[in-house]
Design a protein around this ligand. Structure first.
Ligand SMILES: Cc1cc2nc3c(=O)[nH]c(=O)nc-3n(C[C@H](O)[C@H](O)[C@H](O)COP(=O)(O)OP(=O)(O)OC[C@H]3O[C@@H](n4cnc5c(N)ncnc54)[C@H](O)[C@@H]3O)c2cc1C
Length: 412
């Protein structure tokens, strides 16, 4: 459970800590790192600019990369209860006909769970052991103190100063549009804008609770992804075409489809029935450096993901887990070396998954019937294993954070 806590109380709790850590942003990366550090005996200060957590939520498919987070926190059973196993993936042709169904379960189960979960449920799971947080608060300025740490001024949502603090490590986990990235780094991040966007909505469970489906249309994209007892729906298209609004766009999509069956039909209804479906711009961002003079970046703040490979939250949580495990070996003296090693190991892994997502976006977000036919010819031959090849490699071979941290600490 998220426990709203005054900033002063959080600051007072960490005065005796081996490392005084500030986590800015309580999304998947921020919650993961804060909870793991607490589990290791520290009292990181956690702030989020939102007045409370009322994110409308969307569906997340979590790769086995994240299992160790739940195992370390002792909440794996809770995670399994709140999520649903994803066993198959169906790819449909641009007019709706099923082209192939692959067994994802078989591909990934050797490495662990591959489950669908709502974002809100994931927050509940990660905070099951309790989680102090100060809402409505962010960082106004962070000045390196010359000894590896930072002096931070906290501000409220109106920009009024609400406190100050000194930290050995500031972790910017404030998502795709990170303000911490602008505060900490002088180099502009690299951005990719697909020119597409889409609506997220929820449909009732319509059977086939372990089957994800995607329809890569001619100028639109429709995906349905099960979570526990519900189906997450994403309908996307080129931004100028979406300006007509969800109802008119759905009508247009229906025109372009042959019979798609009750499941996808209900998914389209869900987009029009929702009075205010969540709207997402399909863009990403890549920061040149993760370890910066005043702190580090993590999750979407470091490398923001397109949702095309369903791996952004997975990589954010893996990077947070790696960082927390490596920090359990660090003190103020070894911190700089441990952080450098974390970036050296983890950044290429995350960027490889991000490149895989970008490659899929190039295939998915297309217009034109000839392109659609060509793509379907390729997809008949290309399995999910091949499409997600680089990600499967990451899942299969995760580095050992304890050995990596011990190596640099020993080297002094
Ligand atoms: C529609 C959709 C579907 C997706 N599907 C998948 C999927 O199936 N599988 C998967 O692995 N990933 C998926 N992703 C990607 C995944 O959601 C993100 O990669 C992941 O949430 C990144 O976590 P994060 O903690 O870095 O950022 P976020 O989860 O965005 O959290 C950032 C937090 O920082 C807070 N914040 C923002 N600015 C400030 C500030 N200035 N100060 C303080 N706090 C601030 C925000 O309130 C928020 O709580 C999907 C994304 C979308 C949009």
């Amino acid at each position: 459970m998220l426990d709203p806590t005054p900033l002063d109380t959080q600051l007072a709790a960490q005065t005796e800590d081996r490392l005084r850590v500030l986590v800015v942003g309580a999304g998947m990366a921020g919650l993961t790192v804060a909870q793991l550090l607490r589990h290791n005996g520290l009292h990181p200060v956690l702030v989020d600019r939102m007045p409370r957590m009322e994110h409308p939520g969307y569906m997340l498919a979590l790769m086995p990369l994240v299992d160790q987070v739940f195992i370390d926190l002792g909440i794996r059973e809770r995670y399994r209860e709140e999520s649903t196993p994803l066993r198959s993936y169906r790819f449909r042709a641009h007019r709706g006909k099923p082209l192939r169904t692959d067994s994802l379960g078989e591909l990934l189960s050797v490495y662990g769970d591959y489950n669908g979960i709502g974002r809100g449920e994931l927050v509940h799971v990660l905070t099951a052991n309790g989680c102090p947080i100060t809402y409505g608060t962010t960082v106004g300025s962070a000045q390196p103190d010359g000894a590896g740490g930072s002096r931070v001024e906290f501000v409220d949502r109106d920009g009024a100063v609400v406190g100050t603090g000194e930290f050995d490590l500031v972790i910017g986990a404030d998502g795709m549009h990170s303000r911490m990235r602008d505060l900490l780094s002088s180099t502009p991040a690299q951005r990719l804008d697909t020119g597409w966007a889409g609506w997220v909505a929820w449909a009732d469970d319509l059977g086939s609770a372990d089957l994800g489906e995607e329809l890569w249309g001619d100028g639109f994209f429709l995906g349905v992804y099960p979570v526990k007892d519900r189906l997450g729906v994403f309908l996307g298209g080129p931004i100028p075409d979406l300006r007509v609004g969800p109802s008119a766009f759905v009508d247009d999509v229906r025109e372009r489809l042959d019979e798609v069956g009750p499941r996808l039909s209900a998914a389209l209804d869900a987009v029009t029935d929702d009075p205010a479906p969540c709207f997402w711009h399909l863009e990403d961002v890549r920061s040149e450096r993760w370890v910066l003079p005043g702190g580090v970046l993590i999750g979407d703040a470091a490398a923001g993901f397109l949702p095309t490979a369903g791996i952004g939250a997975g990589m954010a949580m893996e990077a947070a887990w790696m960082l927390a495990r490596m920090l359990s070996h660090a003190d103020r003296e070894s911190l700089t070396a441990v952080l450098a090693e974390w970036e050296r190991i983890e950044k290429p892994r995350v960027e490889s998954a991000q490149s895989n997502s970008r490659m899929l976006a190039k295939l998915m977000f297309r217009r034109g019937r000839a392109v659609a036919w060509l793509r379907e010819t390729v997809m008949r031959l290309l399995s999910v294993r091949a499409a997600l090849g680089p990600i499967v490699k990451l899942v299969a071979a995760r580095p050992d954070p304890d050995a990596a941290a011990e190596r640099v600490v020993r080297a002094g």
